[in-house]
Design a binder for this molecule. Sequence first.
Ligand code: SAM
Ligand code: CA
Length: 225
Amino acid sequence: MNGDIMTNKTVFLNNELYQYMLSVSLREPQVLQDLREKTAQDYNLRMQIGSEQGQFMQMLLKLMRAKRTIELGVFTGYSTLATALALPKDGYILACDTNAETTEVARKFWRQAGVEHKIDVRIGPALDTLKEIMAGSEENTYDFAFIDADKSAYDDYYEACLQLIKPGGLIAIDNVFQSGGVIEPENTKQAVKVIKNLNEKILRDQRVDLSIVPIRDGLTLARKK
Ligand code: SAM
Ligand code: CA
């Protein structure tokens, strides 16, 4: 065993091991590769979920036989497209973002992939959209929600998604490690504070089953009981 990468916990993914993992597991379709390249050229690639994370979420969606999902934070559309590709033909994604420009980039790739019909984009603050659909009695009708929009509203997003998904449904919450900010006592960033509070709240939250997957910047999975 290589002493540099073994710990008593999760094996540390140095660059070589990460590349190896991708080389024996990643099956990123061409359209997702193209979208990643376009995002790298024109925008900030750091905002986008990782390709292995997209593939992991697709696995969850297929295992759950998910049909109706919520996407908070579309950006140039990578996670939404990965989700749409994993849903059946009559799948439905409610996709929320405030940025009309990046969402237009997203649409182009969704069309190219032949999944645009599954995606219902709502431009505007995600919380307003969620409140609207809750008023429209869509509570307990979704299978899955992915939370990846503005971090300061994460607690509100979690509470709203918990109402909107069915019992047995799953909420996936991205960036719960905040690049390690959650273990820096001196870190006073608002996003870090909100996420630390939410992480601690979900640990005690008996409404859900819980697991944190240490993929990329940390992904919390909360299953509604
Ligand atoms: N999931 C995306 C992907 O895989 O490429 C990345 C999402 S990016 C990290 C966060 C997005 O949240 C940005 O596109 C931003 O415009 C959006 N956003 C910020 N504030 C928002 C709000 N109040 N409501 C909805 N979306 C918001
Ligand atoms: Ca993210």
